[in-house]
Design a protein around this ligand. Structure first.
Ligand code: NAD
Ligand code: DAU
Length: 339
């Protein structure tokens, strides 16, 4: 298998590349990444050192038709997993434009180049956020109407609709996965769990949006990667598969867990102005992926959090490396407005 992974220098893409190298040492892995503020080649240093010719990094944009086409044809790519995206909801509220460019137009370009180059399969990595928000009960099913609430989730929904259209119109082999909130090693410290870890470790206030009662369904990143791998190997062309962690948590409880694991006091918690359009609750029904792919999350929240906090404690150099000037500019402006 010659597999093109896009966005491999990001959080989930990097974890996925390590997992594919472990599970399929005979595969050739090509990673196309634009290296935005969220892309960190340092995350893949160990893979690069160990894999030799079995791994190749290409610095570039998924919106670049000529580049994507040349990668597909010159390397004889068999399948693509598209992780590349602008992924942070708060940044999409601050400036939606790059989200439309990469998440909609970039995804459409990947589909189009793949179709013309006759690539065997495209797995498009989407999100539970395309379904919008749940009340106190119920779950998202694959048949739940798409109802995104943020510029980020609207752009991801646009890409999902493109994936559907390319399958229906051209008969292209496209599989869409929609997963819940990931956590684990290499996650950029703008997202809730690594952000709260860095704040707690520094003894700084932890900014909890609104009343902290919003609920997310947390999945350890390795379980998500396994779900994407199964979709690649066993999914039906044209199918959408929900993936989740069966681990619903209120934000305030996630924050308390981090404080406990870092030995810090709850007096550091600060309730700050809510995120505009903040989705109340996500919960995934992944019966279809369980039935058709054999997917099941294997890491409990308690175990995954212990591993995650230990990883960040052991990798402070990685954290320092990714918290560049671009990171600080956005973070300072965004949280100043919420205080
Ligand atoms: P991330 O922000 O950590 O990484 C995104 C990567 O994509 C970065 O390496 C970045 O440089 C790269 N990239 C951005 N624009 C690009 C472009 N135009 N061309 C090439 N590369 C580009 O994101 P993540 O959290 O790893 O998410 C990966 C994918 O999974 C996204 O599609 C996201 O929507 C989806 N997803 C994420 C979660 C989650 O909880 N993080 C859950 C479900 C789905
Ligand atoms: O559900 C899947 C999605 O999960 C992915 O598609 C997105 O790419 C990913 O970023 C994530 O989106 P969320 O908005 O759910 O994740 P985030 O870590 O930004 O926030 C999680 C919850 O924590 C959310 O309810 C907002 C809250 N929060 C977040 C931050 C950054 C806070 O209370 N304070 C904060 O400072």
């Amino acid at each position: 298998m010659r597999l093109l992974v896009t966005g491999g220098c990001g959080f989930i893409g990097a974890n996925f590349l390590y997992a594919m190298r472990r599970n399929h040492p005979d595969w050739r892995l090509i990673n196309l990444d634009k290296l935005t503020y969220a892309g960190n080649p340092g995350s893949l240093r160990a893979l690069e050192a160990e894999a030799g010719d079995a791994y190749e990094f290409v610095h570039g944009d998924i919106c670049d038709k000529d580049l994507v086409t040349s990668i597909l044809t010159e390397r004889g790519v068999d399948a693509i997993v598209n992780f590349a995206a602008e992924s942070h909801v708060d940044r999409s509220i601050d400036d939606p434009a790059p989200f439309v460019t990469t998440n909609v137009l970039g995804a459409q370009n990947i589909l189009d180049c793949a179709r013309r180059a006759k690539v065997g399969r495209v797995v498009h990595v989407s999100t539970d956020e395309v379904y919008g928000s749940l009340g106190a009960s119920g779950q998202f099913h694959e048949t739940t109407p798409i109802s995104p609430n943020s510029p980020y989730s609207a752009s991801k929904a646009g890409a999902d609709m493109m994936a559907r259209a390319y399958h229906e119109t051209y008969g292209q082999d496209v599989v869409v996965t929609r997963c819940s909130n990931n956590y684990g090693p290499y996650q950029f410290p703008e997202k809730l769990i690594p952000l709260m870890f860095t704040k707690a470790t520094a003894g700084e206030p932890l900014p909890v949006y609104g009343d902290g009662e919003n609920v997310r369904d947390w999945i350890f990143v390795e379980d998500h990667c396994r779900g994407v791998e199964l979709a690649l190997l066993k999914g039906h062309a044209g199918a959408v598969y929900n993936l989740g962690g069966a681990s619903e948590m209120r934000n305030i409880d996630v924050v308390r867990t981090i404080l406990r694991l870092t030995g810090q006091d709850e007096s550091l918690i600060r309730f700050v102005a809510d995120r505009p359009g903040h989705d109340k609750r996500y919960a995934m029904n992944f019966d279809l992926a369980a039935r058709e792919l054999g997917f099941a999350p294997s890491v409990t929240f308690a175990e995954g959090m212990k591993r995650t906090v230990a990883w960040y404690q052991d990798n402070t150099a990685w954290l320092d490396e990714v918290r560049s000037g671009a990171y600080r500019n956005f973070m300072d402006r965004w949280y100043k407005e919420r205080a």
